[in-house]
Design a protein around this ligand. Structure first.
Ligand SMILES: [Zn+2]
Ligand SMILES: [Zn+2]
Length: 138
């Protein structure tokens, strides 16, 4: 028996022209480089701050929440929210009962080229990149 979450296949597969990836269901979509990059760009544009409670968070502690799915594969910043885990749970109405967490082995995803690039920028270059990304992603 598998405990992996099952997703219904999309009616139309989602295609990202930039990374040239096609996803056939939401689970697959969340594993694309496209989604990973969108998370990173959104994290950067929101200055690593939860857009609900204002807490500073690391990318690895964040959840990117879809406000709507109409631009799936080609989201702009109005379609997503950069959130800390607590705020994300609240949005989905998931109980806040804090069970002691079992230690899970974390699958560590290597930071993508984009993240490494962002981290290597000088503050001035970061400002430029911010402007550029803001234009690109709205
Ligand atoms: Zn928050
Ligand atoms: Zn969500």
């Amino acid at each position: 028996m598998s405990f992996t979450k099952q997703y219904k296949p999309f009616k139309t597969p989602v295609y990202c022209p930039i990374t040239e990836e096609t996803a056939f269901d939401y689970g697959e979509y969340l594993r694309t480089d496209h989604w990973q990059e969108l998370r990173e760009v959104t994290a950067f544009l929101s200055k690593y701050t939860c857009q609900k409670c204002g807490k500073k968070i690391k990318l690895s502690e964040s959840n990117l929440h879809h406000l709507n799915y109409k631009n799936l594969g080609n989201e702009c910043q109005d379609d997503v929210l950069f959130l800390c885990r607590e705020c994300h749970k609240k949005i989905h109405g998931i109980g806040v009962e804090e069970k002691p967490k079992k230690k899970k082995k974390k699958k560590h995803r290597k930071p993508s080229k984009l993240t490494r690039l962002i981290h290597s920028l000088t503050p001035k270059q970061k400002q430029e990149a911010y402007k550029m990304l803001k234009e690109r992603f709205g």
